[in-house]
Structure formats: structure tokens, C-alpha cells
Write a protein that binds this ligand. Structure first.
Ligand code: ZN
Length: 355
């Protein structure tokens, strides 16, 4: 591609989209503190004992409801927390069922829950000495060598402050490759602190509003290829994290599925990859084409099921009182977001973009 294409892509990565994406090469990233720790006037809660976690860990199901048109399926929230507690239709009913069917074993494996980590960060432009607006960042998770795990280690063990607006340090992250080949060979805390402008700090949003909520009916709708209640929400925001194996190259861990990271670059260019990543979608507005297809067609799985004539269909009809449970995974301090339509990560990007 021409230098302009490349430059546009980078610009888009910096400014466009609702999700933060690391560009290939070096990135200077500033992690944002939890919104609850940003006091009036843009000051940071200085009492560390009162501070909240700057990231959220939860589980997602990727690749659900895959069809020919949407080979990578959709991402939906899992009802189980990181300890495996809670209720989740996919984890506790459907996947165990699929595992018993030889033909469905691969599907069961593909859609099993995976860890996801959501942070909020700003990209620092060292030449201009400016920070981009903070954005939600689905950090590749899964396994001790995942980027999410490495960043968590920095947050927990670095002697340097990574969150304070005045004495905080940026983190320099090098990204190479795409998709399954994405790697983060270097993740280092910058040697010098970089003051973060209050205006940037003030744009931090409540991460709890972005953690997808578990909804059994929504899981079923996606699985069976039915229309989802909130079309907006449909999946896709970021698949990036999915397998989260990219970092280390150990694809073995769970990754297998999809190359999330691909999406990073690809989305903007090709649009096809996105589908895979469907989850990144927020950005999709621009590429909305994907969305169109989503949802309504029957998912292949659905079809399969029907063939086999099993329970699934029944499920549909069953008046299961699957009230939506919130994905309790949000961390401790999180507030409840009842009633709020599931936010970002797991849903599709559809029309929410605000400019
Ligand atoms: Zn689950």
C-alpha cells in the first residue's frame, strides 16, 4: 500500500474507532486509572488503598453462530466469572451437549469461554508530545504470557507508577505481525514519567459500563441464528483478545480460533477480516457492511441442530426464564449496570458511534 494508505491507517488507529488498537511497531501506551479514582478537578485518588483496579477480567464466547457469511461468528458474554461461578447457558448446557456429539466437538471447542481483559488507554505520540483520547482496550488475554498478563504484572509489580497523571509512566509496547502471528516482543515501562493532561484524564469512562452482560436469551439468539434483541449490541467489538495467544506465540493455549488481532489492521483495510473479528465493530460504522448480514440468517450451527432435531429447538420454545444476569465478573468496585444494554465489547458495532 502507498504511504498514504499506511498513514491513513495509522491515523485511523489513533483517532478512529472506539477501541484502542496498537499499530505495528512501537507504541507508547498510557494506561488509564479507574474512573472512580479520578476525583473532581482531574486529580487522582492518591490513597492506593482506595484505588480501584484499572482493568476488568471476564469471560467471552467467541465464534458463536458462525455461518458462511459470518465464518467467525459472534462474540457473546459468558455468565461465569473468572472462578467459574455463575450461570451460563453455553457453558452449562449447550457446550456440554455439543461435546457429546462427535460432529460438534470442534464447535464446542471453538465457542468455549475464553478470558478477556478490558483496560482503557491512550496512545502517546512522542514527537508531538500528545496523548490520544483514552479508549477501551481489549487486551489480548489468556495465559501467563499474554499481553494482558504482562501488563497486569507491570501494574502489580513495577516500582514505577503507571497510572498517576503526574508521575505516571507510559508503557512502550512493540507489536509485530498480524493475526495469529501477532507478537509483543517488548513491553517495557518507560524510564521517565510523562504528565498526562487533565483533559485526557477527564475523558476516561467507566469500564464497568463496557463489560458485556450475560444474557441467556441473547446467547441462544446468536447460537441459533435468530435476531437479537438489541441489534446494536450484536457482537462484535473486538476480537482481538480472543485467544490471546498471540503474544507469546503459544498458540496452543487456546487460541486456535481466530486471529483477532488481525482485525487490527485489517479492519480498516479489507473489511473482511473484520468479520472475523466482528467484535471490534464499534468501529464498524464505517464498515458496517458486516452488520448487515449478521444476525438474521440462521447460523450454521442452528441448522445443524435442527438437523439433528434435538433439544435446541426446544430450547427456543421453552419459556426459559432466563433473565439476564449480569456478568458478574466485573470487578469488585463495579457498579451494577442493570438495565443497561450490554455495552461494547461483546456487541456489534452497529450504530453506536458517536462523533
Ligand atoms: Zn459461558
Amino acid at each position: 500500500m502507498s504511504w498514504k494508505d499506511d498513514a491513513r491507517k495509522r491515523q485511523k488507529e489513533k483517532a478512529g474507532g472506539n477501541q484502542l488498537k496498537l499499530a505495528e511497531g512501537e507504541n507508547s501506551v498510557r494506561l488509564m486509572p479507574d474512573k472512580k479514582d479520578i476525583l473532581k478537578g482531574g486529580k487522582m485518588q492518591s490513597d492506593e488503598d482506595k484505588q480501584h483496579s484499572p482493568y476488568r477480567e471476564f469471560n467471552l464466547h467467541y465464534g458463536v453462530g458462525a455461518t458462511k457469511e459470518k465464518p467467525n461468528g459472534y462474540t457473546v458474554a459468558c455468565g461465569l466469572d473468572m472462578a467459574g461461578d455463575g450461570e451460563c447457558w453455553l457453558c452449562q448446557e449447550k457446550i456440554p451437549e455439543l461435546k457429546k456429539l462427535p460432529k460438534k466437538a470442534a464447535t464446542a471447542e471453538r465457542i468455549k469461554r475464553k478470558e478477556a481483559v478490558l483496560m482503557q488507554a491512550s496512545l502517546y505520540d512522542g514527537d508531538a508530545e500528545t496523548f490520544s483520547n483514552p479508549k477501551p482496550w481489549n487486551v489480548s488475554a489468556g495465559g501467563p504470557k499474554s499481553l494482558a498478563s504482562r501488563l497486569a504484572n507491570k501494574l502489580l509489580n513495577s516500582k514505577r507508577n503507571l497510572l498517576d497523571p503526574t508521575k505516571g509512566h507510559n508503557i512502550n509496547i512493540t507489536r509485530t505481525g498480524d493475526g495469529m502471528n501477532t507478537r509483543y516482543p517488548d513491553v517495557d515501562v518507560d524510564e521517565s514519567p510523562t504528565p498526562l493532561p487533565i483533559e485526557i484524564l477527564k475523558k476516561v469512562v467507566d469500564l464497568d459500563t463496557l463489560v458485556p452482560e450475560y444474557d441467556a436469551e441473547d446467547q441462544k439468539a446468536v447460537y441459533f441464528g435468530r435476531k437479537r434483541k438489541n441489534e446494536d449490541e450484536d457482537e462484535d467489538e473486538d476480537d482481538e483478545d480472543e485467544g490471546g495467544d498471540e503474544e507469546t506465540g503459544e498458540e496452543e493455549e487456546e487460541s486456535g480460533e481466530d486471529s483477532e488481532e488481525e482485525t487490527e489492521d485489517s479492519e480498516e483495510e479489507t473489511g473482511e477480516e473484520e468479520e472475523e473479528s466482528s467484535e471490534d465493530s464499534e468501529e464498524s460504522e464505517e464498515e458496517s457492511s458486516e452488520e448487515e448480514t449478521e444476525g438474521e440468517e440462521e447460523s450454521s450451527e442452528a441448522e445443524d441442530e435442527e438437523e439433528s432435531g434435538e433439544e435446541e429447538t426446544e430450547d427456543e420454545e421453552e419459556p426459559e426464564p432466563a433473565p439476564k444476569k449480569k456478568s458478574a465478573k466485573a470487578k469488585p468496585g463495579s457498579k451494577e449496570k442493570t438495565g443497561k444494554p450490554a455495552p461494547a465489547p461483546a456487541k456489534p458495532p452497529v450504530k453506536k458511534k458517536k462523533k
